[in-house]
Ligand binder design. Sequence first.
Ligand SMILES: Cc1ncc(COP(=O)(O)O)c(C=O)c1O
Length: 463
Amino acid sequence: MTSSNVKSALEGVATANDHLSSDANGMLQIEGRSAESLLEEFGSPLYVVSEATLRTNFRRIRDAFQSRWPKPVNVMYAIKANNNLAIRAILHEEGAGGDCFGEGELYATFLGGADHDKLVMNGTNKTYAELSAAVKAGVRVNVDAADEIGMLSEIAAETGRTARVCLRVKVTPQELEQFVPDYTARPFNMLDGVRGMQWGYSIEAAAAMVPEVLSAPGVELDGYHLHVGRSNPEPDYYETLARAYVETIVELHRRTGYTPDIVNIGGGYARERDPESRSLALNPHEIEEYAESITGPLLTGLEGAGIPTPVLWMEPGRYVVGNAVVLLGRVGSVKRDLEKVWVNVDVSVNNLMRIETAHSTYHVLAANHLLEAHDEVVDIVGPLCLGAPLGAGRHFPHVERDDIVAVLDAGMYAETAANQMNGVPRPATVLVNESDAEVIKERESIQDVFVHHRIPVRLRGGG
Ligand SMILES: Cc1ncc(COP(=O)(O)O)c(C=O)c1O
């Protein structure tokens, strides 16, 4: 039932950086490619990466901060959000640096392509091997454990290279008490949240560590790092953190005389469609607002203390890749009972674990019926024995077996967290742009799911 006065399901859902549209028949197009043709060619379910969206996101966040900061800004893609190597390669072409949490991400970052001078390694429990890999590769280390300093000195002596580091700090201004994270059911505020997290050093601890790092042989202190993360999308939240960060830098300068060359502000920038808010409503705040809320207090605070403006480093993950991936799937059986409708699809929470772990709320589109009336209320459910629906109580058009669904914002923390619960293989990933649609990650087979399992010989009797 198509009706001319029914608006496209993309209205009020699509955002400026998306490359999503509907054709005249109501079929979703991702960067001009029809959802149907992609599923026919590559199978279902399927992660589809829009190259133009990825590049647009990167340029937009870079420009938002660079236009407000008088020194160079190094945008380091946090590869934990999505570690696909082709995504890394595209971002390397765009000039992105990288945030690597551990040796695996360092490996992936270099495989995709990276400039060592624009990379950092994070973590509170880095091993000697990880630190050594970072120093050998010329990657900066965000020191977040006191015993790293000695290890780094040793590695510097062993390799003949300088270990270049920043110190990860933690800020706990009282104002954080007013911000209650929207991504968790636990009743706590961001002051408790930050106090309780293992990352970063308080001002007292940092004041003792700065001289220690400065005097460690072979170790060079380049600046500071702070990452708290996306807690809620209020610009005031980002401003509060930036103000506390600059106060910390100034106070450490007062106590130790140390002047940073790099100030790293981490990641955590909420997207316009913001699944972790647990709401389908668009976040009214855009990245330029966050850039203003952060750079303003930092620049004012540094200038007020007479500290020369350092270079700005940042580690966005979700902002860069979140909306660049759409997860396509097919409808299976549609069950109607007890005055409810369950639309079964082959996409599962295995592919969108934030539904299970953070109760994220994703937009799910009936991708081949975008222009039809959405007059049924349905639960869209996956094929697992896990109960969490992909979308509950959603207005949907009438759908049947083999229709198509599209889950938006499947770019962040989806593939990297995907698992094989119920023995379900993980989907393939396809990269689309104006001229091509190319597989950038092969679909797993059922055999792949069990490829590393071993049955001890004594259990193989079968009798
Ligand atoms: C140290 C660090 N930097 C950057 C990020 C990326 O955060 P986001 O994807 O929210 O931008 C994270 C995420 O956990 C992180 O731990």
